[in-house]
Write a protein that binds this ligand. Structure first.
Ligand SMILES: [Zn+2]
Length: 283
């Protein structure tokens, strides 16, 4: 089979190639480990392989990702050789950061390709090239590269306390730090100040970069900051948040123990930001 993409064809012809399988936001896992499926075990029509993307190499062995959503839930055409499809978003088990990064890259790439079948310049169809690294317009030949959308995630602190808030879409009792998308023309620090002011009505002083995490829903990069609150009174934005309060470390620990507060999932940078603050009793 030839997909017309030499890099993808070479990967597909390599006997050491393995596939990560997705159904939208769900990925095929065995426990917390992605199932790596050899081509020989993929009982799917060969034309479906042309939409595979090359995620990377592991000791020179190609690692590809393929969305099998169109191949039916329980159809005879396709059933996974082992494991089960689980939502990446709702994955609660501990998952190591390298595995998360790999899955995030695969999922973000697949989603970007799904959303860009036509050229945003002229409207003609595009084709995937270089194993999915880009798409090229079949009429005007414009190159289109996968996007990453930055968001900030903010641990807002004032003295010994940290602000934890609830978005309406969170599961019951879950609270987290504040997050929001970077708007065109903004620096990350400006986004931190704007989001905090908009969502809880608090002015921000010092900001400190804490780290970042890919978040493939659909293709974000969460950039984490600690921000010092200059004011204390919380004024909620009705739409973004349904609750926000200042917590001491002791309150967080007590509420978590009592089951009245649930922290975000273990794989998220939000959880690590809160845990890091909890463990830091020197401040
Ligand atoms: Zn075009």
């Amino acid at each position: 089979m030839s997909s017309g993409d030499r890099l993808l064809d070479a990967a597909l012809a390599d006997p050491t190639a393995r596939f990560l399988l997705f159904r939208g936001e769900d990925v095929l896992l065995e426990g917390t480990e992605p199932v790596l499926v050899p081509l020989a075990d993929l009982t799917i029509p060969t034309e479906a392989l042309s939409s595979a993307v090359l995620v990377g190499y592991e000791d020179k062995a190609p690692r590809l990702a393929l969305d099998v959503s169109d191949l039916g839930e329980e159809s005879d055409e396709f059933s996974p050789p082992s494991g089960r499809f689980r939502s990446l978003r709702r994955l609660k088990d501990p998952i190591d950061l390298a595995t998360w990064g790999f899955l995030a890259r695969a999922r973000a790439l697949l989603e970007w390709h799904r959303m860009h079948p036509v050229c945003p310049v002229c409207g003609a169809p595009t084709r995937s090239e270089q194993g999915g690294k880009l798409r090229v317009c079949m009429a005007c030949e414009e190159f289109h590269y996968p996007r990453t959308d930055p968001s900030v995630i903010v641990r807002l602190v004032r003295g010994e306390r940290c602000l934890l808030a609830r978005q309406p879409r969170f599961a019951p009792r879950v609270r987290s730090v504040i997050a929001g998308f970077v708007e065109p023309g903004e620096s990350l620090e400006e986004t931190v100040r704007r989001e905090v002011l908009e969502e809880v009505g608090i002015r921000v002083g010092r900001t400190t970069y804490l780290g970042s995490q890919p978040w493939p829903f659909p293709m974000s990069l969460m950039v984490a900051f600690e921000a010092e609150a200059l004011t204390e009174e919380i004024r909620l934005d009705d739409e973004e948040l349904e609750a926000a309060d200042w917590y001491t470390r002791e309150q967080v620990r007590e509420d978590v123990d009592a089951g009245t507060l649930i922290l975000p999932s273990l794989k998220s940078i939000a959880r690590r930001m809160i845990e890091e603050w909890l463990g830091d009793s020197s401040k």
